[in-house]
Design a protein around this ligand. Sequence first.
Ligand code: ADP
Ligand code: S3P
Ligand code: MG
Length: 170
Amino acid sequence: MKNLFLTGFMGSGKTSVGAALSELTEVPVLDTDQMIEEKYDESIKEIFRKYGESTFRKYETEILADFPHKDCVISTGGGIVGKRDNIDSMKKSGYIIYLQTSFEEIARRLKNDTSRPLWNNNNGETKTLFDKRIKLYEEYADISIQTDYKSAREIAIEILAELDKQSLRE
Ligand SMILES: Nc1ncnc2c1ncn2[C@@H]1O[C@H](COP(=O)(O)OP(=O)(O)O)[C@@H](O)[C@H]1O
Ligand SMILES: O=C(O)C1=C[C@@H](OP(=O)(O)O)[C@@H](O)[C@H](O)C1
Ligand SMILES: [Mg+2]
């Protein structure tokens, strides 16, 4: 099986669905945010605060470049689609799966979240970022799955069914 890269806005469930997919298939799961935190031994929040977003984006691109892992599910960060190099790296070793989630559902899920520097429930800028990003997720996705009102496990099962339907799980 090729790698499966999960994309979507913050709170669309990439980390949760990655874990559910791994549980169902016994394929290893990686998370680019966790890989960065382990490599630099700092939280995403700290990296943003100390070195700024551009340094974090550099780390993300480095993690994906010449991606050494095969046969994995990879949960990415919501901003991964912002650079063409990241898309090219992902397409080279796998398929891109877009977890489509409404802004209202995301706002419910992240109501009390303080771990995401770019998430702010009461800030119109976050909605503007959402509107800009969804065009990119749609453009680059090999598969899109609607996630509102479904559990992570249900979404994972739907992804596997769609991969089978398109004969992408060889
Ligand atoms: N399908 C879902 N239904 C309800 N809540 C969810 C679902 N998927 C994730 N969540 C919750 O939303 C929050 C963000 O999920 P997470 O998997 O970290 O998303 P992402 O990695 O895309 O930012 C977490 O609190 C998680 O428990
Ligand atoms: O959308 C973004 O720009 C970001 C999303 C986060 O990951 P999740 O999408 O897993 O929340 C994390 O990479 C960082 O806070 C930036
Ligand atoms: Mg995540």
